[in-house]
Design a binder for this molecule. Structure first.
Ligand SMILES: Cc1cc2nc3c(=O)[nH]c(=O)nc-3n(C[C@H](O)[C@H](O)[C@H](O)COP(=O)(O)OP(=O)(O)OC[C@H]3O[C@@H](n4cnc5c(N)ncnc54)[C@H](O)[C@@H]3O)c2cc1C
Length: 380
């Protein structure tokens, strides 16, 4: 289900957008089991920007009119929204990290759909969105586990793990994001949207009353506004790609700037996720023969020194995605007299300021956010 070559991914996306996208809004909520043809399965690639949101939209719109793909565009913006929201509420992620998340994994529960989804996630690194919602709801309200331990289980197994979408997705199901409005998995809904594959009648807790008093959602940090990079006078430019952005160099390539580039790759404890990450990084290296691979800080420092880098660009690190934005690393750069810039793409820079409240308010800005980008489509 998850190719690791960009050429194959684009081929699949062209097919998806020609065959499936026009019925996406009607069919996206059905989980008919692997290979999940009715949804794009783009999340592991968008998360790493192996492919960007703009590239996806350009391909989608070439096969569809704007009306057909409005829902798809809205879904793509959900992750942008969650990421922006977490930027202005970072304590929510830190509280999650501080919480004890380790609970034994439920063994076979006898709830067929739940056991099936657990296995599917472990075997493939993916779950359909509706099943993530049902799974999280059963985990919390029927089995009585903490949402944090569920979020941790997803974190370990998802190919697309995104700190914002995962943490806030679990909080939303738990009734913490939209306060006291939990998402309750219901047998008839599961039966309907799985086309009768599962029907856990009488097995789920379908009635829950919550009474949280949550203050933390209402505090909002001022919007981040990192300095916009002037592309002039970028001598001895170096770019480090990593799992936060595997195509950042293209921005500089389009501007015909000369740069050196390395890809930073680390091990993941989960074998399946590790293989996937390694393979997409290998594809980036295969397509750019002059890029180097680095596996630890020392190799990065050697690369910076050998290439005589004076200006370094790294992907912006949103909450939960810290790799290089540490005092230790920045001090090393200062010692080497290297100017560094954590680059926030315009896609995020434009959208994050609108992501401080609910998605409903945020989504009203989507047409404007699309229209200011140069992707060959205009929304009303
Ligand atoms: C409890 C829970 C945990 C989740 N954890 C993650 C996670 O760690 N990483 C992640 O990328 N998504 C997460 N999601 C969101 C969503 O389930 C996945 O993005 C989606 O299932 C990916 O499949 P797709 O690419 O086929 O989606 P499509 O339906 O084809 O959507 C296209 C793209 O839109 C974005 N998107 C779609 N739905 C959502 C959504 N509800 N929230 C945020 N973005 C969305 C994704 O980038 C996706 O690739 C989570 C949802 C829940 C309920």
């Amino acid at each position: 289900m998850f190719p690791t070559k960009k050429s194959q991914l684009i081929e699949n996306l062209i097919k998806f957008s020609a065959k499936e996208l026009s019925s996406y809004s009607k069919r996206r909520n059905y989980d008919l089991g692997p290979p999940h043809k009715n949804v794009s399965k783009l999340s592991p690639y968008l998360r790493t920007r192996f492919i960007t949101e703009e590239e996806v939209l350009k391909i989608s719109v070439s096969n569809n009119n704007n009306k057909n793909i409005e829902k798809f565009i809205e879904e793509i913006f959900w992750r942008t929204y969650w990421r922006g929201w977490l930027e202005s509420h970072p304590w929510i992620y830190h509280e999650y990290l501080d919480n004890n998340k380790h609970q034994p994994l439920p063994m076979r529960t006898g709830i067929k759909c739940f056991d099936n989804w657990k296995e599917e996630l472990i075997d493939t690194g993916y779950l359909h969105n509706h099943s993530r919602m049902w799974f999280a709801s059963i985990w919390i309200f029927t089995l009585g586990y903490s949402w944090q331990s569920g979020a941790e289980f997803f974190k370990r197994n998802l190919l697309d793990f995104c700190p914002a979408a995962n943490t806030l997705g679990w909080r939303w199901v738990a009734g913490l994001q939209t306060i006291n409005k939990p998402y309750l998995a219901k047998a008839d809904n599961i039966n309907y949207f799985t086309n009768g594959r599962f029907n856990p009648v009488g097995q789920l807790n379908e009635m829950v009353n919550l009474n949280y008093i949550e203050q933390n959602n209402y505090r909002v940090l001022p919007c981040i506004n990192p300095e916009k990079i002037e592309f002039k006078n970028f001598d001895n430019l170096g770019i480090i790609l990593n799992r936060n952005d595997l195509s950042l160099n293209n921005i500089f390539k389009i501007k015909k700037m000369t740069y050196e580039c390395c890809v930073y790759s680390t091990e993941h404890e989960n074998k399946l996720v590790n293989e996937f990450n390694k393979n997409i990084i290998q594809d980036v290296l295969n397509n750019n023969k002059n890029f180097e691979i680095t596996k630890d800080y020392n190799q990065i420092i050697d690369w910076l020194t050998n290439k005589k880098i004076k200006n370094l660009v790294l992907p912006y690190e949103t909450v939960g995605n810290k790799i290089f934005n540490t005092e230790k690393f920045k001090n090393e750069l200062r010692k080497l007299n290297i100017q560094y810039h954590f680059f926030l793409r315009d896609w995020d820079r434009n959208a994050f300021p609108y992501a401080t409240k609910g998605f409903f308010k945020f989504k009203k800005n989507i047409p404007d956010l699309i229209n200011i980008l140069d992707i060959g489509m205009k929304l009303k």
